[in-house]
Ligand binder design. Sequence first.
Ligand SMILES: [Zn+2]
Length: 399
Amino acid sequence: MNRVFVEIEVQRTQAYLSRSLSLRGRRGASALLLDLHRHLADLAPGPGGTTWRREDSAPAIDGKLVLVADPAGDELDDAGVEAEVRRLTAALRRRLPAVELHAQWYRGRDHLADRPDPDDPTVGHLVSLPPRPEWPLARPCDRCGIDPAIVEVPRPEPGRVCRDCKAREDAGGDSSPHEKDLAETFRELGHEVAIVRDLSQLAGAGPTETVRRNGSGGTARRSLKRNHLATVFIDANQLGATVRRLAAETPETERGAAVAAFSRAVADAVATALEHAAIVVHDQAGTPDVATTVPHVKGGDDVLVTVPAALWVPFTLTYLDRFHGHLAEQGHALTASAAVVVAHHKHPFHHVVDVADELLTRTKARLGGTSAGIGWVDLTDERPDTHEPVSLDWVHEHE
Ligand SMILES: [Zn+2]
């Protein structure tokens, strides 16, 4: 029996996060993006009695939801499905006012096995953009400066903010859900770590000096100012092509289960790589009571994380090795690549993520897209110091 599936995804997640000038606002956005399904929990049935439930085979991904019509959606013609999708995106927008949403829908028996190519003419698409301010001279929001201020908030300091910043504040700004998860991991290992107050404290949680081997076999020490951060953006190489190959190689009756298992394995690899990298960074930071890894967002195959600047190398190498290793243990060949942006902790975050995004694209292109690679740039100097992307294999040969 065919059913109607609807996938809705937040576009340009990092740009959405970085609307907020403060870590507090970005943490609220991380909380809003986690498990979008819950924002629709109290949605009333549609005019034809259609309700939507979470598709169980879809892995949990920040900023994305997969719904299936209940009953099957036979009562809906194509226009009826589109009307329902508009109702769903409108409901999401009430909870996340400033997001860009992309929705697509299709009919099939199995969400993953029957998922058509996005260009297939039977797939419906809809883009939902935040409304433009109606009154351009309205006072701008005290927090983001982008949208009109419409509501007072008392915390952390009183201010007049836009709808989106209000939603972020309501979602919680003291820590992101991913920071809480990491703190819980450390607790299970017997370490009580405090989540950082702000980015200044995070920068200060790094090591006080670096020790390098010099050419004559001795060591050179250099003290560090500890006011810089590294933001690391990592995602898998050619995930889409890998999924298509897996689907093509698997008999039709097993295809849905095989793709679902692979998607879960990739999500597990992200989680385990992040945990391992956070533990290594914590061990090297020299501040055992403070969490030194701040994850902002965790997608199906990607993460965006900030660590003290001096610790980006152990973080990135551990993550990339563990990601690949975890999947290899389960018989999958998939690597990831990283873009690292080092900057002062006061450097505008939206610029940091723009640079990271562009650098990751360039790193993958430079290395052919299949092998693990790292690109990094230091924005500290007036003329940013961009390094040629290198492969992970090259790094290990020169360690
Ligand atoms: Zn705002």
